[in-house]
Design a protein around this ligand. Structure first.
Ligand SMILES: Nc1ncnc2c1ncn2[C@@H]1O[C@H](COP(=O)(O)OP(=O)(O)OP(=O)(O)O)[C@@H](O)[C@H]1O
Ligand SMILES: [Mg+2]
Length: 498
């Protein structure tokens, strides 16, 4: 009965299947992108299609009857891989693998292989269907991508100056580089998986800053901030932070890249510099006030009383007989020349033109009186849109004064030219001489370049300090036709914060 049941089932099949089977075989045989062939239960090739011939290089005639282990490189053979694959396929119904296979000419290709066991109705193994694809190109592309990703990862990993790490969409740390470890003090092991709010001081947490930053990054793609962050040991550092949202092609948020830089040192330096500037500013201001006070005292008190003494001496001389009169006149001359010297002193302390007239007049007076007396020709050119503020004017005057004194002391020049021009909301000043040049005079043994002051000379340092304190700049260099040029710029309303 059992037998006849079987007989009743089977005969029907050939009637329906043959045409389909035929068509199917034709289809398989003509496929060229895949090697599709059959193995008998021991692994010998029993069918071969066009794709197999194309990929592996054997014709059907050459290969049918041969064992498929032929396609495997020696190390796979040593590991008995072909036989193992058939065993697994027979056992679990399918075997898939990627690996190197050999072509007829001995060259290798990277194959994707699927082996399926074929059973008869009775359950007896009839053989295997094997589908092989040449994926060398894809593998190479993957490999290249992997290699470039790996190189990039190593690069990021090794950067020490920046903490570079990734957050998942909720803000948990998922990668950590050497810079992050150096700056924040956590090892990758300690921090991966933790929420990045850990880096924020309590006041930021209360304000929900970390979460708001991620929201902004999601909204506009990027968030940048400077502020205090915490290290592992609880100390604070001043951080510059950039958070970038990472989305995939479909626009879905994948996480965030975070780059943090420790700016503590720079901030400290900037602060001390600002503090120093402020201090120098106050000192210079106090010094100018003091000089002006002394100048006015000397002018109003000493000079006035000496003028009075001079007048009395003159009266006296007129009334006295000779030779007493001549003696008194000598005294009067001595008093007068003292008055002259005191006026010079007053001028040097505080040019009265600066308070009463203009910067150009004060400079002109100075050039006439001073430069004139050392026998150099001088020229003053000025094209100012506006008169600079009182503080700017005194700063400019003082720098010119030192530059001119230097010319007298060091340049051995025969001509001096001072020019004032309105530029960029400030005054550009040039004091040029035709003397020996800075290189000849400056103590270059210390290696100080011409535009940097050597630190045992105070004049240059002071000129630069004054200019920078006023929010401007100062330089000194060689003139076009030799000699020296001191060039500086002072904003019109100086004395503010730099
Ligand atoms: N116009 C110039 N021509 C040639 N050399 C100059 C000129 N100006 C400055 N120098 C050189 O630069 C040096 C530094 O100048 P700086 O004003 O700083 O110092 P100093 O004039 O020597 O001294 P201090 O100004 O402190 O009294 C000078 O000693 C001199 O060698
Ligand atoms: Mg000097």
């Amino acid at each position: 009965m059992v037998h006849s049941d079987a007989m009743a089932d089977h005969p029907a099949e050939p009637d329906v299947e043959p045409p389909a089977e035929d068509a199917y075989r034709l289809l398989v045989e003509s496929v060229v992108d895949y090697a599709i062939f059959m193995l008998d239960p021991t692994g010998r090739v029993i069918s071969w299609n066009a794709g197999a011939e194309r990929i592996k290089g054997y014709s059907a005639q050459e290969i049918i009857g041969r064992h498929f282990s032929l396609f495997y490189p020696p190390d796979d053979l040593a590991a008995r891989k072909p036989w193992h694959e058939l065993e697994v396929a027979a056992e679990v119904g399918r075997f898939e693998d990627e690996g190197w296979r050999l072509r007829k000419d001995g060259s290798r290709f990277w194959a994707n292989v699927v082996i399926t066991p074929l059973f008869e109705k009775s359950g007896r193994l009839r053989g295997f269907a094997k589908v092989t694809r040449d994926v060398t190109e894809r593998m190479r592309a993957d490999e290249a991508l992997r290699a470039s990703e790996e190189r990039f990862r190593l690069l990021v990993q090794g950067v020490l100056d920046y903490a570079i790490f990734m957050l998942d969409p909720t803000g948990r740390v998922i990668s950590w580089n050497a810079g992050a470890e150096r700056i924040k003090g956590y090892s990758a092991q300690e921090i991966v998986g933790e929420h990045f709010s850990l880096f924020y001081p309590p006041e930021d947490l209360v304000a929900r800053k970390p979460w708001r930053e991620l929201e902004v990054a999601v909204d506009v793609g990027r968030f940048e901030d400077e502020g205090w962050r915490l290290r592992k040991d609880g100390t604070r550092f001043w951080a510059n932070v950039v958070i970038t949202a990472l989305t995939d092609e479909s626009g879905r948020l994948r996480g965030f890249a975070k780059v943090t830089r420790d700016m503590t040192e720079r901030r400290r330096v900037e602060r001390t510099l600002t503090e120093q500037r402020k201090l120098v500013g106050h000192l210079v201001e106090a010094q100018e006030l003091e000089r002006r006070r002394i100048a006015w005292d000397v002018h109003d008190d000493s000079i006035q009383s000496m003028v009075a003494v001079g007048m009395r001496l003159q009266l006296l001389a007129n009334r006295l007989p000779e030779p007493e009169a001549a003696g008194v006149r000598k005294l009067d001359e001595a008093v007068r020349s003292s008055i002259g010297r005191l006026r010079d002193l007053v001028f040097r302390l505080r040019p009265p033109e600066l308070d009463r007239h203009s910067l150009a007049q004060a400079l002109d007076h100075y050039l006439t009186d001073v430069a004139g007396s050392w026998g150099v020709t001088y020229r003053l050119r000025h094209a100012l849109d506006d008169e600079p503020s009182a503080e700017s004017a005194i700063t400019i005057f003082r720098i010119c004064q030192e530059a001119l004194v230097n010319i007298r002391k060091h340049a051995r020049a025969s001509a001096v030219e001072v020019s004032l021009t309105s530029v960029d909301g400030g005054t550009l000043v040039e004091v040029a001489d035709n003397g020996v040049g800075v290189g000849a005079g400056v103590d270059t043994a210390a290696g100080a370049p011409a535009d940097r002051p050597a630190f045992d000379h105070f004049g240059m340092i002071e000129m630069r300090e004054r200019a920078e304190t006023a929010g401007g700049w100062w330089s000194m260099g060689e003139g076009e036709g030799g000699g020296t040029v001191v060039r500086f710029w002072i904003p019109d309303s100086s004395g503010g914060e730099p």
